[in-house]
Design a protein around this ligand. Sequence first.
Ligand code: ADP
Length: 614
Amino acid sequence: MNVEPVAKTESGGLRLSLRSETRFAAVGLIVVGVFLISMWAAAWWAMCAQREALDQARLEQMRVTGASLAQCAEVMLAAGEVTALRRIVAQTAQDAHLARCRIVLPGGRIVADANPANITLRELPAQWPGGAAVLPAEGPPASLVFTLVVPQRGSAVLEMARTEDLSQASYYWLTQAGIGGICVAALLALLVLYRRVRAGLRGICAVREALLAREHGQTALEALEVNPEWGPEARAWNDMLGQEETRQKHVALEKTRETLQARVCGTDRLTVACDALSQGLILVERNLRATYVNSAAALLLRAKREDMLSADIASFVKDERVVAAARAAAGNGAMQRRTIVEVQRNGETGGGVLRFIVRPVRRDDSGVAMIVVEDITQQRAAEEARHTFVAQATHELRTPLTNIRLYTEMALDEGQKDPAVLANCLSIINQETFRLDRTVADILSIAEIEAGTLTLRRDDVRLEEIFPELKADYEAQAHEKQVELEFRLPPKLPVIKGDREKIRSALHNLVGNALKYTPAGGQVRVAVKVNPGDQLVVDVSDTGIGMTEEDRQHLFEKFYRARDPRVAKVTGSGLGLAIAREVIRLHGGDIGVESELNRGSTFTLTLPVPPEGA
Ligand code: ADP
């Protein structure tokens, strides 16, 4: 089989080509074989038919010639013209290409023969006896035998045998050779045609093979390629495979791009999320250089993010403990758990406390340390406030308790002897019990306020009832302390909405403080008015000890009491104002203060007044 040179040397393409070639050649051989056999059979049949026809024609010709010769022989034998007869017989045998032509009398005596040497009866008898002629059995078998009836002499037989016609045989062989030649020529023509058709079709056949291979699961495009020299179909097929390959690559590229984009988006989202963290986040490689720093970390460490990136962490984290922990975490398994380091920032960087949590992040190839930075200044302040609160609350509770214990002991020891001492002790115990009760109530209120669980009852608060009660409550105390207490009330006081008891205790706190911190001879004035903007304004002013500006700023903080030694002499917890302002603010109002040391203070309480009829 002829295998064309394969331009594409890939084994798949070559395999396809060989397979298609083999099939095509097999089909071609079968066609040629069938053609040759058919031709040969047709030629054989034609030759046999022709031979039969020729034989029949010759035999007929011999029969006609024989019949004439027989008539002629009867006449000449009757006339006794044997010599002329012998001449005619020889002439007829020669003309008709007979192998034998003779006249035989009964008894086998040959009167005339194409070959004169075979004549056995030279003289014709006048009469001969009848009977069957016994023909001598030499030469080819007789083809025709005529019985001659010679009047008054007897009967004879004319025997004719035809020769094997050599020209006829050569004619047959010539015919055969002609047919064979035509077959060979046709075969050659077929071969040329086959080569041409094969050249035209092998591309299509190879493409068909490729399609079948694909149908059977071959997906490798290189294996499906065919020899491009096999015509435009092969080239078009290869082009199509090339486009398919390009498309597959494009799809793969697109998928890769989408995956990458998803990862990048994921990374972007992660970066955005990390940047949004309030805690600082730093990733440190084994060489202690930062590979990621979020904005909170830069802010907390008061450094520029771009300066921190790729920089040694020791350059922006000044604490050696953090650096050592990061080194251990980024190393190989040196540290498995997190390390927490709290660093006090110095004044240069603004103060406060930073907490560094250093933990290892394991990766396949190397270690990375993650440092989380938190500003715990507020947390620390809250913790300190909580400690202070507990300490102050404990102190505030302990003072009346100590007094109660001491005066109880005194009452027990000395009270039985001296009733006056007993009465004094019981009175003080009573006062301290009230004080304890108030302090506990205040602590509970503060705790509720800070927890956000302080609830207000919303009732009608009739101010025209509250202020006279207030006045009545403090008049005796003012008188006793020799402080002038004055209430300036408008003729008509509104009804506001709110928690009556809580508003009342806030007003009590202001008036009580004014009396507490105003020495004898001073004045306390409570002025109430309702502003046109529907706002109740209560000014509680005194001519007392006043306070410094610093005290004024901290006045409303819980447990705060002014540093003034005169304040320390007065019992108090430092909770009253904190609670009062918070309660008033919960009602939509506020409490402010103006004060001057040694000249007095004015506390102003405002509350919204609902429009009439509301
Ligand atoms: P306290 O129980 O100590 O009075 P408060 O919260 O009511 O607690 O008051 C807090 C602090 O405010 C007081 O300790 C005092 O130093 C200061 N203060 C309050 N009212 C007056 C006032 N009228 N004159 C001067 N100082 C005052």
